[in-house]
Design a protein around this ligand. Sequence first.
Ligand code: ARG
Length: 463
Amino acid sequence: MSDQTPVEKPWSGRFNEPTDAFVEAFTASIDFDKRLYRYDIEGSIAHATMLAKQDILTQTESETIIQGLIKIRQRIEEGQFSWSVALEDVHMNIESALTADIGDAGKKLHTGRSRNDQVATDVRLYLRDEITIISDEILRLQHALLDLAEREFDTIMPGFTHLQTAQPITFGHHMMAWFEMLTRDRDRLADCACRLNVLPLGAAALAGTTFPIDRHYTAELLGFDRPSENSLDSVSDRDFVIEFSAAASILMMHLSRFSEELIIWSSAQFSFIELSDSFCTGSSIMPQKKNPDVPELVRGKTGRIFGHLMGLLTLMKGQPLAYNKDNQEDKEPLFDTVDNLKGSLKVFADMMPAVTCNHQKMRQATMQGFATATDLADYLVRKGIPFRDAHEVVGKAVALCIEKGSDLSDLALSELQAFSSAIGDDVFEVLTLEGSVAARNHIGGTAPEQVKQAIARGRASLD
Ligand code: ARG
């Protein structure tokens, strides 16, 4: 909790009356932006270092400031720092504590900067780190998928379109589809990290500063690629937060689809997979239940991540240049997105290695839906029949099977030949599930051979 004892505000000079108590709490961001403390201090240390290099501060002043900041960081990390709502935000809390600790030198830290370029810098530093952590979690999940795909590279299951059995595929191929989506998600985040890695500090309030600062040097100290080009743009736009939020939304959309499949597959009706007990929960009333709460919750969380994207876009859309207090509202949705994204990825990366496949159930389901009908049509095409006619022939054979309650492979050769004289006894090879998947033997196809190669390429891409 923040303490609320009266404190003098760093901007109190032109004010005659104290801030209304409710307004103070209403405008404060300390309860949520204190999580930026490390980046705020890192930015301040770089700023003080640059100010000394440029002779704007003396070496002694700069060193005193830096040592003071390091001590404050330590106090925060040990839980010994008291945050004050009256000091509004993380920036003023730290600066006030610094001045209280080291005296007048502390008051010089803010030379040539403003909270406007300071907060833009903090958020970029924060997000850069979080993107690294998130990308590592995606990688962990991708490794789990590769392992699972390898284990089940030739496991037959029905592939669906419209959630109706379409063609036989392998479970390994299905895992590798998710792997591909996650690779693009990582690319999108890397792209976002690349674009955000530009230093706003030096833009000051909006127009730059009269001091002879060296922004290239500060950029270098903080690991930014370069200083930003335009001071107005630097303090005002949060497009990098929105871009992250969009990439996060796409990623959550993928995890949500992924969740949906796990939920369907683990149902009694499908029983394709079993989730480990440690990732499921029971029902307080129905003793038999084992619920897939983890994927359900991830699917549910996707809603709020999409909501944050819409919130951030709307936050930005009406703002004139340059900084407006509206921008303080970027943090809660951003932090919530980061927290829930990391949580969802972690739980998936932990859960997937323990997924087991019910081979028999998957095979049975594949047998039930005339999954090799396309193979029969392709067979007829190879015998010289135009595809559209072949399609018609197979459709009729399927209708007969439905009537008889059998599968295509159960029909006698004579029954099949009644539909087309082009059918020979070699037809049964193409009607087997193994034959069907093995035949799709080209890059991107479901043949187990191809799945193995896709896994090898996938592994190489992660190295
Ligand atoms: N807490 C503020 C934010 O998050 C910091 C910048 C405040 N700047 C200002 N001029 N009031 O945006």
